[in-house]
Write a protein that binds this ligand. Structure first.
Ligand SMILES: Cc1cc2nc3c(=O)[nH]c(=O)nc-3n(C[C@H](O)[C@H](O)[C@H](O)COP(=O)(O)OP(=O)(O)OC[C@H]3O[C@@H](n4cnc5c(N)ncnc54)[C@H](O)[C@@H]3O)c2cc1C
Length: 418
């Protein structure tokens, strides 16, 4: 395609990745971000093999691996001490494959530094409120009443609250409190596992290693209970968490002020259209979901890749936008459905989803081909069409070779025995 003027609205994971790819194809890119200084919000997340494949294609996989923590699997127990969530990357047919727990700020910095190093234009302090199109191009309008020049294409990477798509109908009932803590030096914690504990499905606590000596702590909470949680006091919270998972005492000792925890509300929404006249929606602005399956950032990276591949292969913008949708829609639909299905067994008031999880889902998933299927689902690889995105699962053995020399923890051969 001939080189065109592209506005990318939103300096998040999707926007930064798209900016890098399309700039490298020679397009003229301007990023717009509401914050005076581009910055990330939140604590930890998981980079799956799909997301790492995109970062690898951007030559950023090693940086992310260095900044994050290799995670061999997910391990969650109910109050009876029975494993009800088990998934191991060793069950994938890719040697040394891992997930990467990483602080959102580290992932952001990796992408943002690359964007800056390549001299891509960023306009900060630009709160996007709308967009309009005519035959000559598409403009963005801003909260201060100003408008951008006309662009050949606008990419909406404004996240879940994008004003350029119909709003999400409602938040999901459960969200989570998140905090970044020092990795607990004492206690029975495996630094290569994402661990969780559940009481039925209405209480869930987790600890994710995110590298650089840190962990992300998270606690499920209903949105309607957030205000009362803030006034209840940290001593009561400490006790409630440690009743569910006593070993977390050294983590809870670090959390003495409600301000240390951020409450994240989740929503489940797929916009009716991923593209329109001179506009493409990528990442959460197209499809948002609860982070139960840990895919959002990875899906955002895959969307950016899908759009870039489509743009490179087509001579015509409309054709490129249709091709982008073809490359991504089935994977998006599949994971939106899976996240919808798998959220209630882990976040719900009702006893039934938890019983289903404990009595049927978890035992059945241990029977072959269950472990391999689970690993593919968690890795984001089910239906991901990596070939068509001109991606392959990274060579983890080569990527981790440099790391293993300095690593203090060796890879867990398997999950703890169930
Ligand atoms: C608590 C939590 C945990 C999660 N855990 C995981 C996980 O383990 N693994 C995973 O893959 N995903 C996880 N996710 C999901 C993941 O964070 C998102 O899917 C991902 O960030 C989406 O990227 P994005 O670029 O589409 O949007 P965002 O990262 O939200 O970026 C949007 C950008 O647009 C800017 N912006 C927003 N509105 C405007 C406006 N009006 N004008 C200008 N700029 C604007 C924002 O400031 C931001 O920079 C989690 C999400 C949450 C909330």
């Amino acid at each position: 395609m001939q080189k065109i003027d592209i506005a990318i609205a939103g300096c998040g994971i999707a926007g930064l990745a798209a900016a890098l790819m399309l700039h490298r194809q020679g397009h003229r890119i301007t990023l717009f971000e509401r914050f005076a200084e581009a910055r990330p919000i939140g604590s930890g997340l998981m980079i799956q093999p799909t997301g790492l494949a995109v970062l690898d294609a951007l030559s950023l996989a090693e940086t992310v691996l260095t900044r994050g923590a290799p995670v061999d699997g997910l391990w969650g127990l109910n109050t009876e001490g029975e494993p009800v969530l088990e998934a191991a990357y060793a069950d994938l047919p890719y040697p040394d494959a891992v997930g990467i727990g990483i602080h959102r700020a580290s992932l952001f910095a990796t992408l943002f530094d690359a964007v800056r190093a390549e001299g891509i234009a960023i306009e900060t302090g630009r709160q996007v409120t709308g967009t309009s199109v005519d035959t000559d191009g598409r403009t963005l309008s801003f909260a201060d009443g100003s408008a951008s020049k006309k662009f050949d294409l606008v990419i909406d990477s404004l996240g879940i609250g994008s004003p350029l798509v119909p709003p999400a109908e409602a938040s999901l009932p459960f969200g989570a409190l998140w905090a970044t803590v020092d990795w607990p030096g004492t206690g029975p914690f495996n630094p290569r596992l994402l661990e969780q504990r559940y009481r039925r499905a209405d209480q869930m606590v987790g600890l994710l290693p995110i590298g650089e000596g840190k962990a992300a702590f998270f606690w499920s909470l209903k949105g309607e209970n957030y205000e009362s949680w803030k006034t209840r006091g940290m001593a009561a919270f400490h006790e409630e968490v440690c009743t569910l998972w006593p070993a977390l005492d050294p983590v809870m000792e670090q959390l003495t002020d409600p301000e240390q925890l951020t409450f994240a509300r989740y929503a489940h929404r797929t916009s009716p259209h991923a593209t329109g006249d001179r506009i493409a929606h990528i990442g959460d602005s197209w499809h948002a979901a609860s982070p139960q399956l840990g895919q959002g950032a990875n899906m955002a990276l895959l969307d950016a890749r899908g759009l870039a591949v489509a743009m490179e292969k087509s001579d015509d913008l409309d054709e490129a936008l249709s091709s982008y949708v073809r490359l991504r829609a089935s994977h998006v639909r599949l994971y939106q459905a899976l996240t919808w299905l798998f959220t209630p067994p882990f976040q719900s008031d009702s006893i039934w989803p938890a019983l289903f999880r404990d009595l049927f889902m978890a035992p059945a998933s241990r029977v072959p081909p269950g472990p391999g299927l689970k690993a593919h689902l968690v890795a984001g690889l089910a239906g991901a069409r990596l070939d068509e995105l001109e991606l392959s699962v990274p060579d983890y053995t080569a990527l981790t070779r440099g790391q293993s020399a300095s690593s203090t923890s060796s890879r867990a051969a398997a999950l703890p025995q169930s």
